[in-house]
Design a protein around this ligand. Structure first.
Ligand SMILES: Nc1ncnc2c1ncn2[C@@H]1O[C@H](COP(=O)(O)OP(=O)(O)O)[C@@H](O)[C@H]1O
Ligand SMILES: [Mg+2]
Length: 260
C-alpha cells in the first residue's frame, strides 16, 4: 500500500529529553505519514528507545511536541490514556503474563482498558491470533512457546487494542536467529496492510525490504534520513558509514576496538 505522507500520522517537533543533566534527545523533528513504515537505526545509546517511549508518553519529553493523528500528546490537558490506546508498542522483551494463557493475555487488556465484554474480547483475540499464525496456541501458557511465538503473541496483544500506529523497539533482538524470520513476516504483513509503523531495528535486510524510509540517529539527533537504498546503500555521512560497517562486519569492529 502506498503511504499517504501528505497526512502525518505521527509528527515530532523539536523533541528534547534529558535525564538529569544527560541530554538524550537533542531536538528531533520527524513526520511519519499514514501507512508509512519508518525504520530507526543507530548505535546503542543514541536515544532510539527514548524516542519511541516519548511517542507514547512512557517518557515525558523535556521539550518539543508530539502529535498522533492530529492530537497533541504533549498538551497538558490531553487524555493520555485515550491517546495511548491508539498506539501499540512491542518491546524486545515480550512482557506476557506467565500465569495467563495466550488468549487471557490478549483479552485482559481489552477488558480492563477498553471495557469490552468477555465474548467480544475473545473474538478479537482469536482474530488476531489467526493473523499471527498462532490459533493453535490459544490455550497454551507463554512458557511453553518459543521466543518467536511469544513475540507474535505480544504483537497480537497490541493489535487486539485496535491501534492506529505500531511502535516496535528491537522486536527480534532477544530471539534466536532461526526465530527472527517468523516475527519479521508478521511485521511485513502489517506493513502491507497499511499499518503506520515506527520500527527500531538492526535488521538491515528487513529495513531495506519493508521500510519506506530509514532514519539514522546518533547522539540524540537525526543524522540523516531517506529511502533505505539511499541511507543503507549509499550513506551521506561518515557516522552512518561507520555504524553500518560495524553492523555488517562485527569482526572488523572488534579489530578496530582492540586497536583503539
Ligand atoms: N529512564 C532512564 N533514566 C536515565 N537515563 C536513561 C533512561 N533511559 C535511557 N537513559 C539514557 O539515555 C541514553 C539513550 O538510551 P536509549 O534511548 O535506550 O538508547 P538506544 O535505544 O538508542 O540504545 C543512554 O545514555 C541511557 O543511559
Ligand atoms: Mg534501545
Amino acid at each position: 500500500m502506498t503511504p499517504d505522507t501528505s497526512r502525518p500520522e505521527i509528527r515530532i517537533e523539536g523533541l528534547h529529553k534529558s535525564f538529569g543533566d544527560n541530554e538524550v534527545l537533542r531536538g528531533i523533528d520527524l513526520e511519519i505519514g499514514q501507512g508509512e513504515v519508518v525504520c530507526v537505526i543507530g548505535p546503542s545509546g543514541s536515544g532510539k528507545s527514548t524516542l519511541l517511549r516519548c511517542v507514547n508518553l512512557l517518557e515525558e519529553p523535556t521539550g518539543g511536541k508530539v502529535f498522533v493523528g492530529g492530537t497533541e500528546l504533549t498538551d497538558p490537558d490531553v487524555d493520555i490514556d485515550a491517546v495511548r490506546r491508539r498506539i501499540g508498542m512491542v518491546f524486545q522483551q515480550f512482557n506476557l503474563f506467565p500465569h495467563l494463557t495466550v488468549t487471557e493475555n490478549l483479552t485482559l487488556p481489552q477488558r480492563r482498558v477498553l471495557k469490552r465484554d468477555k465474548a467480544q474480547a475473545a473474538r478479537v483475540a482469536a482474530e488476531n491470533l489467526e493473523r499471527v499464525g498462532l490459533t493453535e496456541k490459544a490455550d497454551a501458557y507463554p512458557a511453553s512457546l518459543s521466543g518467536g511465538q511469544q513475540q507474535r503473541v505480544a504483537i497480537a496483544r497490541a493489535l487486539s487494542m485496535g491501534p492506529e500506529v505500531m511502535l516496535f523497539d528491537e522486536p527480534t533482538s532477544a530471539l534466536d536467529p532461526e526465530l527472527v524470520g517468523d516475527v519479521l513476516a508478521v511485521m511485513r504483513m502489517l506493513a502491507r496492510e497499511g499499518m503506520t509503523m515506527m520500527v527500531v531495528t538492526h535488521e538491515m535486510s528487513f529495513a531495506r525490504e519493508v521500510a519506506d524510509r530509514v532514519v539514522f540517529m546518533d547522539g540524540g539527533v537525526v543524522v540523516e534520513e531517506g529511502t533505505p537504498d539511499r541511507v543503507i546503500g549509499d550513506p551521506a555521512h561518515e557516522r552512518t558509514r561507520h555504524f553500518l560497517s560495524r553492523l555488517l562486519n562485527p569482526a572488523m569492529a572488534q579489530v578496530e576496538e582492540s586497536a583503539d
